[in-house]
Design a protein around this ligand. Sequence first.
Ligand SMILES: *Cc1c(COP(=O)(O)O)cnc(C)c1O
Length: 420
Amino acid sequence: MEKRTFVTLEQVKKMAEKYPTPFHLYDEKGIRENARLLKKAFSWNKGYREYFAVKATPNPYIMQILKEEGIGADCSSYTELLLSEKVGLKGADIMFSSNVTPAEDFALASKLDAIINFDDITHIDFYEKIAEFKETMCCRYNPGGDFMIQNQIMDTPNDAKYGMTKQQLKEAFSKLRDKGVKHFGIHAFLASNTVTEEYYPKLAKILFKTAVEIKNETGVHISFINLSGGVGIAYRPDQKPNDIMLIGEGVREAFEEVLVPAGMEDVSIYTELGRFMLAPYGCLVAKAIHEKHIYKEYIGLDACATNLMRPAMYGSYHHITVLGKENALCDHKYDVTGGLCENNDKFAIDRMLPKIDIGDYLVIHDTGAHGFAMGYNYNGKLRSAEILLKENGETVQIRRAETPEDYFATLDLEQFPLKG
Ligand SMILES: *Cc1c(COP(=O)(O)O)cnc(C)c1O
């Protein structure tokens, strides 16, 4: 499938007058339409709720848009909880799915009345010293082994640090019940960026069966099943995007098959999607500032891996469009790079693109999730701005770019002057 940008060259030229490149740009219209479709896909489940994985795009203005669509927040750290509080989310609007959790994080989650999802059985005793148990609490499950779909290994939970074994899950629920907890959730995240409609239904079936088993053995009330994140997107033009309606239908079938006969039709389905909610509705806009002809052909951008780490870190594919040359022949082979002193700072390697000229604007696709969020300051590079393209076509800056002053803000050079 052809991948199109959600902005035109004309729009970007106007934006660049106000906001220098590089910047991350988000598409409000796309975000809202997708959020509504997700809700529709799970509308068969009365208690359904999506908790947006804040780590994917930790910007309160984006969280605000999602909140207006009825979406809560999935947090895993102190500052993510603070972000959610700023947006006015609290109580059951927040899922706290952390691991290796510091005491102060549990304390804040408890203060906000977030639904706490224990990653480990030992966290129950740890938590008891810090805060009160709530009426509703959740535990994270790790079934171990390999997670297979149609004889293909999707991921290996056996090697993942998250969650508890089934035996521990049962013990944890009994323990929590003895401490006064009344309603329970089960959570699991078994594979990331799955581009198949089978992931959620398969995961749901595992969790539904586990829920029935636990209910029968311990008698506790399971009030929700949290399918967490992991529904992927088509980063490559040859991939077929997930059909969320089919995914919702697949989960419904598992629900009818496993939970309904067990008298558990009151169970709510929760999701904690990050990538699926945002990735396609954000892009990194950068400018070609250098070209270089040695053993290979290079195009150097004003953006680098500190703006988008995925290609450098995982070798991930991100599609690139040269704005204004959408219909030109892709007859040039380039490495598209940033300026870090790191040879893995390449957005694309041996990519066939139209001839690129200095000053051309490039759109790097699908950076709306795990894009800006994974930014860092290596080589003294500063984080870019984040811009929102509103539904009416206007743009607003929802985070300014860092300045050198921000870089120096954590150094107290006045109190501790440098010698000489
Ligand atoms: C990362 C994460 C998510 C979101 O994952 P996506 O792949 O972005 O959907 C959800 N829940 C937890 C606990 C996570 O760590």
